[in-house]
Design a protein around this ligand. Structure first.
Ligand SMILES: [Zn+2]
Length: 265
């Protein structure tokens, strides 16, 4: 068994808004002690040829030290689909999902805070995992209480694991947050299998608490902290959005104070 560390929700230049090529991603993450990446390329602007070259490049760049798991993200349903093996032409989210099911990939609900409308049951039924912590949309200190409640709710009807995602588009999006597992055959297929079986641990550097995929560990004081931090995070995010839209500059010291609160610096 080999102990490996990786992370999910990564965009490369295959996504219209990703900044790093697969080669650059590999170098960047290897340097920081990671051995695998679960890619989530925006599917909406990819044609079959591009998806095909994504899968091939993932295979070519994977070796005994580093593995890429090809995957995509469907914005309409806030779904990430990990471990795709054959390219399919994207005509509509519905048709794509219908066809990709046959490859038995892993369906994960991404950044639940962005889910405005209820996901249709036929898609939520496919979901085996839920991003209970998205490091871009949630506070980087602690998971969001609403996401923790969602995973509890999902688990009332079926087993759904919690996972964390970086939502990485550029170097600045990096956090030392990871998915850890022990694995015999270090391949994309095996990584997906391990995750489906819930055989992994989530870790976040400097996190005051240990993370289990069911998140049952959280004490009332942690939950309280999570609620408060999420609130500060959301309010600052909103204010920033409004001020930015109207081109109103925010004083540097206020920015720093808020960042300190949100990022615990
Ligand atoms: Zn994304």
């Amino acid at each position: 068994m080999k102990k490996v560390k990786g992370v999910s929700h990564i965009h490369s230049t295959y996504s219209y808004d990703g900044r790093l090529t697969l080669r650059e991603l590999k170098k960047f993450f290897l340097k920081r002690g990671f051995q695998f990446l679960l890619l989530t390329e925006h599917i909406e602007k990819l044609d079959r040829k591009k998806i095909d070259s994504l899968i091939k490049e993932c295979t070519n760049l994977s070796d005994e030290n580093f593995v890429f798991v090809p995957g995509i993200e469907i914005d309409k349903y806030k779904l990430i689909i990990l471990g795709i093996r054959k390219a399919i032409e994207f005509r509509s989210p519905e048709e794509f999902i219908e066809k990709i099911i046959k490859q038995r990939p892993l369906f994960v609900l991404a950044h639940p805070i962005l889910i405005k409308k209820e996901i249709p049951e036929k898609y939520s039924n496919l979901v085996e995992g839920c991003e209970i912590w998205n490091l871009k949309y949630d506070s980087p200190i602690i998971p969001r209480t609403s996401s923790l409640n969602l995973i509890k709710k999902l688990n009332m009807t079926k087993k759904v694991f919690g996972i964390l995602g970086l939502d990485f588009h550029e170097r600045e999006d990096f956090h030392d947050a990871s998915i850890n597992m022990a694995i015999k055959n270090f391949t994309a297929k095996e990584i997906v299998k391990k995750i489906k079986a819930g055989k992994f641990m989530l870790k976040k550097k400097n996190l005051p608490v240990e993370i289990r995929t069911d998140f049952k560990f959280l004490k009332t004081s942690d939950l309280f902290r999570s609620t408060i931090l999420s609130l500060i995070f959301d309010v600052s995010f909103k204010i920033h959005e409004i001020l930015h839209k109207d081109n109103i500059p925010v004083p540097e010291n206020i920015k720093l104070k808020l960042k300190g609160l949100i990022y615990g610096k």
